[in-house]
Design a protein around this ligand. Structure first.
Ligand code: HEM
Length: 530
């Protein structure tokens, strides 16, 4: 073996060793860098505090999916901004007005979107092409604009005054009839049907519930429609497999099958409505008269954003977000008034003073009914019917209150907790409208202590209509009806149990005795058959 051979072979053997040591050094360096980066980013990344969670389910056992009461109790311990893990879904829960203001005002542009992967948004929002679940973008902005101009503008709301008046009078008449023999009347069902008629007439000029209805086909349709709404509220907000994705394969509780079948029923119903409108339009070419007409006209004008699915998504939004919310608020107001007879009398005295007893109350009276306005604000505070705001989603990473919020984080504002925050409200659990007498605070999204409709770009699209409907229904009922408790019942026997879910109506029915309060000629002049 020559020296050169040795050198070459030795070199050949040494080279890999040399590489190995170099590679090892690089690897060690990389590990050090990676560890440092993680250490640094951990130090830098400061997520909102979080309760100890369990593997897989995270905090589901503590939050019971996402229960506003459970979340408020957790916030007492972990603070006004905290992180919870609902299985695989991470959400930041906000429970103070100061933090809510940052999300909905200061950083509205960051938090104005919605998660695009929720089961309800994909199915009932027609792939999130609707208003409620739509991502912040061109289509959502366009839909909000149409809603603001064509459905909820002050002019449009005023145009439908007569429809609301008719519906309210028909309901009052029905209440008197049902309670004539001294039977207790179930307020919830009657008001819900009225609220539904008001919305469906706005949307597609159709009312499902006619108190004098004897038409069997219409009754069947109404029953079908009621059943769909009941089935929808039973679905709840978040489907379990969204939290624990591997459960999707098994559909253990049958909820996926139920959800799909309900969706197809709604879809068929909406297809029929659209088809009927198209046919009417083709045969009569009348001017636009309801919201579906307007949407179809815009679609004909070649608006590429308005597909049939998008139209159905928007209609679904209004049926789901618009029907129960307003009337549940009225039921809560009546519940609290019956529990507090002094307050009830005071509200009636104001109506007698402003309106008198010789005519029915009108929408134009409402601006003068200051005490009733205070009663309703107090109702919105204590019984927000959307206790957890529809989850927002961050469009980019940001910082709130010193905590890091990563991109695409769901943020849920606990409106229920805001209304009961003892650092803001004196005796927060008491129903006390006096706190709003002479207070300039309102519910339109400017005062973050009281935001039952949200605030900022995602504020409730139907707020104008909702406020008119809630105020007028409450005023009409208090002015024209005398309510009293069934025999043997005391005011505080009326419970304030609420449903725990996406919306929080009163759990148990409100049953009251009811009789006319005004001279009979007033009702008769208004066309009531008394
Ligand atoms: C007392 C009655 C009502 C209350 C308390 C209420 C409350 C709310 C709340 C809290 C939100 C979520 C806001 C957010 O995410 O920041 C919302 C959104 C919405 N509401 Fe209402 N609402 C009521 C009535 C109505 C009515 C009557 C309609 C329509 C007929 C309606 C349509 C909508 C729509 C379309 C959205 C989605 C807005 C968007 O994401 O851009 N709401 N509402």
């Amino acid at each position: 073996m020559e020296a050169n051979d040795f050198d070459e072979r030795t070199m050949a053997m040494l080279l890999p060793t040399q590489y190995v040591s170099q590679i090892a050094s690089v690897a060690v360096l990389l590990v050090i860098l990676h560890t440092m980066k993680r250490f640094m980013s951990k130090r830098r990344s400061r997520l909102p505090p979080s309760p100890p969670g369990l593997p897989i389910i995270g905090h589901l056992h503590l939050t019971k999916k996402s229960n506003h009461r459970a979340l408020r109790d957790l916030a007492d311990k972990y603070g006004p901004i905290m992180t919870v893990r609902l299985g695989a879904v991470r959400a930041v829960i906000v429970s103070s007005s100061a933090m809510a203001k940052v999300i909905l005002k200061t950083q509205d542009h960051v938090f104005g979107s919605r998660a695009q992967c929720t089961a309800l948004g994909i199915l009932f929002g027609y792939q999130n092409s609707d208003v409620v679940m739509g991502a912040m973008g061109e289509r959502w902005r366009f839909l909000r604009k149409i809603c603001a101009q064509e459905l909820f503008s002050p002019k449009r709301v005023e145009l439908s005054t007569e429809t609301r008046r008719r519906e309210m009078l028909s309901t009052v008449e029905h209440l008197f009839e049902a309670g004539r023999d001294g039977d207790a009347v179930q307020l919830d069902i009657n008001l819900r049907e009225m609220g539904c008629n008001i919305i469906t007439q706005e949307l597609f000029a159709r009312s499902f519930y006619n108190q004098r209805n004897t038409n069997a086909k219409a009754s069947l349709e109404a029953e079908d429609f009621s059943q769909m709404s009941r089935d929808f509220s039973e679905l709840g907000g978040m489907v379990l497999y969204e939290c624990i994705p591997f459960l999707r394969r098994f559909d253990l509780d049958g909820s996926q099958a139920r959800m799909r079948s309900l969706f197809f029923r709604y879809d068929r119903f909406l297809n029929n409505i659209i088809e009927e409108h198209r046919q009417e339009d083709a045969s009569q070419s009348t001017t636009a008269k309801d919201f579906v007409d307007v949407l179809l006209q815009l679609q004909k004008d070649n608006n590429r954003l308005l597909t049939d699915d998008c139209i159905k998504g928007v209609l679904m939004d209004m049926l789901i977000a618009g029907v129960d919310t307003s009337m549940s608020t009225v039921v809560w107001a009546l519940t609290e008034l019956m529990r507090h007879p002094e307050t009830y009398r005071k509200a009636q005295q104001e109506l007698d003073l402003i309106v008198g007893r010789d005519r029915l109350v009108q929408e134009s009276d409402f601006v003068h009914l200051k005490y009733l306005q205070a009663v309703l604000k107090e109702t919105f505070r204590l019984h927000p019917v959307v206790p957890l705001m529809i989850p927002h989603e961050s469009l980019s990473a940001t910082n709130v209150g010193g905590y890091d919020i990563p991109e695409k984080t769901r943020v849920i504002i606990n409106v229920y907790a805001l209304g009961r925050d003892p650092s803001v409200w004196k005796n927060p659990l008491d129903f006390d409208p006096e706190r709003f007498v002479d207070s300039p605070m309102d519910v339109k999204g400017q005062d973050f202590d009281l935001i039952p409709f949200g605030s900022g770009r995602r504020i409730c699209a139907g707020i104008n209509l909702a406020l008119v409907v809630v105020s007028m229904t409450a005023a009409q009922l208090l002015h024209s009806c005398e309510f009293s408790l069934p025999a043997g019942m005391k005011p505080l026997d009326i419970d304030v149990e609420e449903v725990v879910g996406e919306s929080a109506p009163k759990l148990n029915p409100l049953q009251l005795l009811v009789r006319p309060r005004l001279p009979l000629h007033v009702y008769r002049e208004a066309g009531l058959d008394l």
